[in-house]
Design a binder for this molecule. Sequence first.
Ligand SMILES: [Zn+2]
Length: 100
Amino acid sequence: MVRSKECFKCKAVKPLEQFYKHSAMADGHLNKCIECTKSDAKQHREKNLDRIREYDRERAKTSSRIRHAIEVSKLEMAYDEIKDRKGRMIDGVFVKEADL
Ligand SMILES: [Zn+2]
């Protein structure tokens, strides 16, 4: 006799071979048939894919913000470096006071 059970998802009574084996279950099989498990996994993947895409978009936004911040801070650093510098422009070249 082929043992069968009802899938809690699609309510179809199917032979145990139509259920994935799962040691944690009382009868050693999931309560969800293979078909439902597969379609759930597919849906889960698609849902995750959306999340992954969204995450990538967010990350892209963040990294461009960070890149921009780095550019700005580089400029500020460069400005900080020269703003207190004493010297003179000689023939279009900045000559530090120490080198004059
Ligand atoms: Zn099912």
